[in-house]
Design a protein around this ligand. Sequence first.
Ligand code: NAD
Length: 737
Amino acid sequence: MSYTNFTVDTDADGIALVTWDMPGKSMNVFTEEVMAELDAIVDAVTEDDAIKGAVITSGKSSFSGGADLTMIGAMFDRIHEEKTRNPDGAAQILFDQVGRMTGLFRKLETCGKPWVSAINGVCMGGAFEMSLACHGRVAADADAVKMALPEVKVGIFPGAGGTQRVPRLTNQQDALMMMTTGQNLNPKKAKSLGLIHEIAEPDALIDTARKMILDGLKPVQPWDEKGFKLPGGKVWSPQGAQLWPAVSATLRKQSYGNYPAAYAILKCVFEGLQVPFDTGLRIEQRYFTEILQTPEAYAMVRSLFVSLQELGKGARRPDGVEKTSFTKVGVIGAGFMGAGIAYSTAKAGIPVVLIDRDQEAADKGKAHSEGLVAAAVKKRRMTQEQADALLSLITPTSDYGALDGAELVVEAVFEDRDIKKTVTEATEAVLKPGAVFASNTSTLPITGLAENSSRPDDFVGIHFFSPVDRMMLVEVILGEKTGDKALAVALDYVQAIKKTPIVVNDTRGFYVNRCVMRYMSEAYSMLVEGIPPAMIENVAKMTGMPVGPLALNDEVAIDLSQKINRATIADLGTDAIDPRHVELIDTMVDKHGRLGRKNVRGFYDYPEKPAKKHLWPGLKELYPQQDAETIDVEELKKRYLATIALEAARTMEEGIVTDPREADVGSILGFGFAPYTGGAVSYIDGLGVQAFVDMCADLATRHGNHFKPTPLLLEMAKNGETFYGRFGAGERIGEAA
Ligand code: NAD
């Protein structure tokens, strides 16, 4: 029998090698067809007396990324359809559908013949759950091999047996940790947890798997044996009594109750371990059905799984421009940002010329990469050879002639129009025709900077975030004259360095910083109103923001906020900024010399380690304090979410961001906007535009006109529209793909 996605070869010893290798895909994923074929293969292996057992592996460099976008999209579509058609019966239909994968894996593990999963590369989600259903698991000893159940990161959880098998293989605490964080496991860690049996040299992977079967691997899972005992003891045991009371408190502390899927994992494990395995699977199936119907699951899957992948693959790339493969990229300005950009570029295997005013400054920029790779080698995240290879790609120099042949140059010199002009001219004198010049400016409009260029259609903004090596988002900024070629080259570059681009039209602050400034300025208002600073920070975290607004302002630098205030007032007039905010920032900087983390004095104090940073006590002295007991926490939460979401809506209204996927992904990757909402515009769509408008109008009566709903929002509320419906990315998941 032949299959589209698998080959099956049976050797002389009667061992079937099942190789998963989907045609036309760079990575194997679970689709309906894959499941149907795997089902047929399990039957074929079981029924063929000549076959003793099966080894399943991948024909690609990775094992599998788990479920496919289309399958996830279809699942949500099904929920939507059924709920409309048959609200009472929808849950039952969904329950049966989500049980398909569970049933397939259970069939595999009870088929009576041994199966071994030979994990040769990245093995995620459903693929790892399938491996856990195999009687033996062996992983290749290679850096690229990573195993994880990362579903919680996109608002769902391992719903194909993962929550039942993992805590029956390892202790409950590690099982919960692994599944509620979605952490990656390398082979050593997976083995120490008991989740795989063996680690083999990559060349010996298949032979090791075969040998497990030839050595008599029993085709019965431990939990199907009589007298099975849980490795970490029962739930109701002295160990369990120590663990469980702390578990939900810890989760609450980490997630503030914003992630229902994480709680569902706890329930599946707690309840599932007290019953026979098959009942445990049904408990998991029931919670999975429930979680799939939550708004959090829908919003997170859409933004953090589907849209993220679509944008990463170049959803916004113009058609008809040949893809650029980079042989040389120039970075000018080897300071804080330029050094990071050079590192990220070299890490992607692209040769970089790193230019500064003199050799010493350029060398200093390269030293940043030297520090990063040395740390990676120390932590064994990189071998010395990989570190040396990366460093050999960075050429520090002050000679512009070295840029000859580059396809792209990114400028990251001082934020000064004149200096940027000089650098643009010097660069264009040596750039080959058609090469693209990009500016990493954070505040200067690209259209204005492009006036310094003799070829403004090849001029674009590529706006990175700090720290460059860790921040996954890049804003690609279009000036008025930026052409398709420059946009395509910028997107190809961002893809090459494995970051996620959003395309933004030129405006003050672009997209992310405009939203971030709203977040910080709402905190300034709260400070001025006398909300206790600790409450300002803690409520932000309860809202789902990873970093409080005051801590964030310290990272950005308070004197930078002062500079931005002054520039904004100079350009737009005194009404452009709330005078109470100007006064607060001026007091912090001019009167108290508090610039932020950089001078260890900001909204926080930064004592020497091991002491931890803490809010500056003097902050409370600046304004009469309200009694915390009388403050409405829900109101503060709404203010944070609404002010940012309103700014995101304004950028769409002004045509700065044109695709809601970009507004959402940009808000989560750029500044961690409450991920459970799916991002700043999904938050509005999720509430319903009318409800959002009502909430904002209400907030405006107490907190100022910046909460007033905009004309677009009023119109959308009247028409019953959503952002995803109106702006063409499609109402349902994956429609724009
Ligand atoms: P920085 O001061 O750390 O680095 C600037 C570098 O440019 C210095 O090494 C300087 O020697 C070099 N330089 C100055 N004039 C030069 C010239 N004529 N030729 C070559 N090199 C020259 O500044 P930074 O924080 O890295 O910012 C650089 C750019 O990135 C600015 O436009 C800034 O707005 C933008 N940006 C900064 C951040 C951030 O968080 N710091 C974030 C996004 C964008």
